[in-house]
Design a protein around this ligand. Sequence first.
Ligand SMILES: NCc1[nH]cc(CCC(=O)O)c1CC(=O)O
Length: 308
Amino acid sequence: MKIRIGTRGSKLALWQAYHISDLLSKGGIDSEIVTIETKGDKILDVTISKIGSKGVFTEEIEEQLLSGQIDIAVHSAKDMQSELPQDFELIAFTTREKVNDVIVSRNQSLSIEDESKPFKLGTSSTRRLATLKRHYPHIETVPIRGNLQRRISKMDEGQCDALLLAYAGVHRMEYDDLIVEHLSLDKFIPPVGQGSVAIEVAKNLDAEKKAIVRKLTNDPDTEKRLLSERAFLKKLQGGCSVPVFALANLDGNNLSIVGGVTSLDGQVQIKENASGNIENAESIGLELAEKVINAGGKELLAEIKSQL
Ligand SMILES: NCc1[nH]cc(CCC(=O)O)c1CC(=O)O
């Protein structure tokens, strides 16, 4: 058996694909990596929230899953919509990396906490922008898009002094030396799924292939955390372009999740939590969503979406 792995062509995406290929190979399964260019890779001059269509990074890949040109597709879990088109499913989540965001800069003396030394921080994520406005209003932000390497060259050209990024991507691309600060999970709660690699398949994929890929790549603890977070996101109809955040953690058989939504200007934040037995991961996520909705989350989200 040979598994054809579809992926976007960025270095981070390729790292993820090779990671899956390695896990398969340790289990004695051969694989081949197929790179696929998506709309999201071609349009670089506008923020993702303005491209508008769902699945800008997934559509072309899903076409190849459906036609059988590839068997599995590898994505950053956090980039996956909470509701996939009906012919597709996620069958595995790899062991999660540290979930926090970091500040990356050539200037080791920067600190986001030091209000006397403001600096220009590059980010285009609405969640990060809203969080910055709420907790660090002295920080000036600059929109920066593109893959990690591109963002770092934009920083080096002087467009900004520092970048706000997920630790997972920075670490995988081996830019650890540029990390000047790890952001606290109390203030910067990550988006759903940050730090894990998800495997997507067409539902009609051969059952034996599905089972073998899942067995060799899925981390059950990560899966429970992500199922809970993704159930929350789906119920709230969040999506990756709005400042919705959630993080589930495990302590033995207990799963606890914190999550919510922040207004774009940072003035309003709804943040709730829920917990229970790990077996009820998804219903705990739904319970969290209900709490956020009861606290006015739907109205806040509608207002945010009208402003994007
Ligand atoms: N939005 C792009 C993206 N998708 C996944 C990661 C990082 C790796 C991960 O969280 O799995 C990044 C970069 C970033 O947000 O800094």
